[in-house]
Design a protein around this ligand. Structure first.
Ligand code: GDP
Ligand code: IMO
Ligand code: MG
Length: 426
């Protein structure tokens, strides 16, 4: 297996940054194919905690070639900020290529996202406020600006003018303003700094695959946030499904050898939307505290609950997950019992699988299986044998229910906490 697509199998923040970092030791290239700086992928190296939002995690290793494909949206000002932050950590980012065709997130999109979500009142989504939805909307409306436009000054000014005109009435209605002259000046200033990173990612990726390099595709968000397969409308605006990786990077369908689903040992969600196994009260608070469940992008407290195996199976089947990376098993240390949701009840009837329309998720009641907990011992474990028996049983229960093998177990935030049970790249 040389090309592995890693995706989040829940509502994001499963620990994809950690898993990508562990796997980056083995790969020649790493690529993002969806989303933008609404993602927040955390890597802990020694006492440093590094959060990457747009650049693939592999950038921390100088020998890994990193790509941002055209399925992603790029805020140029933010990208410069991320590159500066990396430089201050001694990371040169010389191996980064951002596709010419990535759409640009501009201040218009950020304002429309923030003020627009706010204006929805109790129907708001709780977006990250990074301008993601409005940017993808402009892409689909054929109004957007792309990375290449930054290097063609006449075109840049013309397209920006058209975009500004189109959004002026909406911005006015929302009571917010964007200064077009200032935006243009900012883009002109940033362009020469970004030019060295712009390139043809599709061609480069074809080359990577043809040469047999090991490539990790670093999916952002989680399948339950996918614009088509998630809990719509409480979703993000990009394709999280690994099928989107072909289009998002410019490769032929079928190039992915394996799909690795990253799964948190319990369930979390940031923002609004249905969450059948959500725990309010002391238990939810305990998971939040032990798991440090605060958004790495926005700092918002994450909603916490028991692992929802019904939704995990939905993700495994929908996205074709072959292998699982199970994260944050250590957070369950000391809980007795540990519960997992194995079915739902809807209108007095037992549902064995996810409802055909995820719209119904707001009305289902979880049916739990109680499993034995373990006092301690998962935290920091570096081998399967070192795990307490009940933790091993927990892993087995997940594998049997979801129908996918757990290849990697993470037992703490740091690079060294955890172990592989089988190779992901062969
Ligand atoms: P991502 O978006 O999927 O990359 O996940 P985030 O980085 O947003 O959130 C995961 C959080 O959990 C980060 O703070 C990680 O440092 C941390 N983390 C990752 N794996 C583990 C683990 O196995 N145990 C614990 N306790 N923390 C972990
Ligand atoms: P990573 O890659 C968790 C959620 C937001 C909101 C919804 C829409 O770190 O796992 P958006 O700004 O995308 O329009 O917000 O999607 N969301 C995430 N939640 N992790 C993420 O990414 C997320 N990306 C988007 O909280 O509910
Ligand atoms: Mg995150």
């Amino acid at each position: 297996m040389s090309v592995v697509a890693m995706i989040g199998a829940q509502w994001g923040d499963e620990g994809k940054g950690k898993v990508a970092d562990v796997l980056s030791r083995e790969v020649g290239a790493m690529a993002r194919f969806n989303g933008g700086n609404n993602a927040g992928h955390t890597v802990v190296v020694g006492s440093d905690k590094i959060v990457l939002r747009l650049v693939p995690v592999g950038i921390l290793r100088p020998d890994v070639r990193c790509y941002v494909g055209r399925g992603c949206v790029v805020n140029p000002a933010y990208l410069l900020e991320e590159l500066e932050r990396l430089a201050s950590l001694g990371v040169a980012a010389e191996n980064l290529t951002v596709d010419w065709n990535c759409h640009l997130i501009l201040p218009y999109h950020v304002k429309l996202d923030q003020a627009g979500d706010e204006a929805l009142g109790r129907r708001r989504l709780g977006t990250t406020g990074r301008g993601i939805g409005p940017c993808y909307a402009d892409k689909a409306s054929r109004l957007g600006l792309r990375v290449a436009d930054l290097f063609d000054d006449g075109r840049l000014a013309e397209r920006l003018g058209a975009l500004a005109d189109r959004h002026a009435p909406t911005l006015e209605a929302l009571g917010v303003a964007v200064d077009e002259v200032e935006v243009l000046a900012g883009l002109r200033e940033g362009a020469p700094k970004l030019e060295p990173y712009a390139g043809d990612v599709a061609a480069a990726m074809r080359q990577e695959v043809a040469s047999g390099a090991k490539v990790l595709l670093e999916g952002a968000h989680g399948l339950l946030l996918d614009v088509d397969y998630g809990t719509y409308p409480f979703v993000t605006s990009s394709t999280v499904h690994p099928g989107g990786a072909a289009a998002g990077l410019g490769l032929r369908p079928g190039f992915v050898d394996a799909v690795l689903g990253v799964v948190k040992a319990y369930q979390t969600r940031v923002g609004e939307g249905p969450f059948p196994t959500e725990l309010s009260g002391e238990l939810g608070e305990r998971l939040r505290r032990r798991g440090n469940e605060y958004g790495s992008t926005t700092g918002r407290p994450r909603r916490c609950g028991w692992l929802d195996l019904v939704l995990l199976k939905y993700s495994v089947n929908t996205a074709g997950v072959d292998l699982i990376a199970l994260n944050k098993l250590d957070v369950l240390d000391g809980l007795e019992p540990v519960k997992v949701c194995v079915a739902y009840e809807l209108d007095g009837e037992r549902l064995e699988g996810a409802p055909a329309s995820l719209d119904h998720l707001g009305s289902v009641e979880p049916i739990y299986e109680e499993l034995s907990g373990w006092a301690d011992g998962a935290s920091g474990a570096t081998s399967y044998d070192a795990l307490p028996k009940a933790a091993k049983d927990y892993i087995k229960f997940i594998e049997d229910y979801a129908g996918a093998e757990v290849a990697f177990v993470s037992t703490g935030p740091s690079r060294d906490d955890g172990f592989m049970r089988r190779q992901v790249f062969e």
